[in-house]
Design a protein around this ligand. Structure first.
Ligand code: B12
Length: 258
């Protein structure tokens, strides 16, 4: 018999009371705001399995004359979450302080670890890759440029894959870090596959470590997309630096774990 103190393995969403199954979803319909649009939103919510449901917010995008309405709907779902069937990518390496990362690189590579970063395709969203690479960093952590034993170049936005391959060869990059924020028509997946294929063709097994990041990636897709690692939303530079050290050096001494 399961003890009362054991963690539950099946849970339901929580809205007003524990386990009531209440969730909130948002979406846009191509209709002007008004009663008909709200009825359409409720029909969609019903078909999505929300019973009962209510529109708690409806607003024309760009004004009341808009041909699009944004909705927030609150309703009950009957589905359960089975925690023992949840799949996630767990971090299998320790988070290192910058000085420990530097030490590991110095002791194992005996040279600087060369990192090349870029946004590829038509993507012009550089804030994410800058957050990881620039010295000022993100979420209170310094970016990779701060790491004394890393040589970091950031090629910026709209870099083509052939340009990136050629620069990686020139720099003898150990790791290539690519950001993809735009996901329209799965551009991020297409571009990542193109990246992986181009490096495989140009360098075979001697290709650099390929690391891709962006807010709408599924980190479980790395193998399928042909890259070594995918980082999602909220990634911090320290996580990336620690991964690079883990993947590219063999740490021979115990390191301090934060
Ligand atoms: C700022 C912004 C812009 C700026 C970008 C300025 C710049 N220099 O980057 C400008 C105004 C140029 C812009 C333009 C466009 N944008 Co815009 N933009 C945004 C916005 C508001 C914020 C993005 C951002 O800076 N986030 C902050 C950073 C820190 O977060 P991040 O990118 O997620 O990065 C973190 C992680 O994902 C991860 N990460 C990211 N990259 C990498 C890489 C590696 C290697 C690693 C390890 C980790 C990592 O680490 C970072 C830190 O945690 C988002 C909406 C939003 N709130 O997210 C829309 C958004 C991304 N934009 C969008 C769109 C559609 C566009 C345009 C197409 C609009 C248009 N019609 O012109 C254009 C596209 C231009 C182009 N060619 O790419 C859509 C994308 C929709 C989609 N599903 O594809 C969004 C989601 C807005 C929306 N809801 O519609 N945009």
């Amino acid at each position: 018999m399961r003890q009362e103190t054991e963690e539950p393995t099946v849970i339901r969403p929580y809205g007003d009371t524990t386990g009531d199954g209440m969730v909130q979803v948002s979406f846009t319909l191509p209709m002007s705001p008004g009663p008909k649009a709200e009825g359409a939103a409720l029909q969609l919510a019903g078909r999505m399995g929300l019973h009962p449901s209510m529109v708690v917010h409806a607003k024309g995008l760009g004004g009341e004359d808009s041909a699009y309405t944004f909705f927030v709907v609150y309703g009950r779902v009957g589905h359960l979450v089975e925690l023992d069937k949840v799949l996630v990518r767990e971090r299998e390496y320790p988070l290192l302080a910058a000085k420990d990362a530097n030490l590991a690189i110095k002791r194992t590579l005996h040279r600087k670890l060369v990192v090349l970063g870029a946004c590829i395709g038509t993507d012009a969203h550089t804030v994410g890759i800058d957050a990881i690479l620039n010295v000022k960093g993100f979420a209170g952590e310094k970016g990779l440029e701060y790491y004394r034993e890393m040589k970091v170049s950031n090629l910026g936005a709209q870099v083509t894959v052939p340009e990136l391959v050629s620069q990686a060869r020139k720099d003898r990059a150990d790791a290539v870090l690519v950001s993809q924020v735009v996901t329209q028509r799965d551009a991020h997946l297409r571009n990542t596959r193109e990246l992986a294929a181009a490096f495989r063709e140009a360098m075979g097994d001697n290709r650099p470590l390929l690391v891709v990041g962006g807010p709408r990636f599924d980190p479980l897709m790395a193998g399928e997309l042909g890259v070594d690692r995918i980082f999602g939303r909220g990634t911090t530079p320290g996580e990336v630096a620690s991964y690079l050290v883990h993947a590219l050096t063999t740490i021979k001494e115990p390191v301090r774990v934060r």
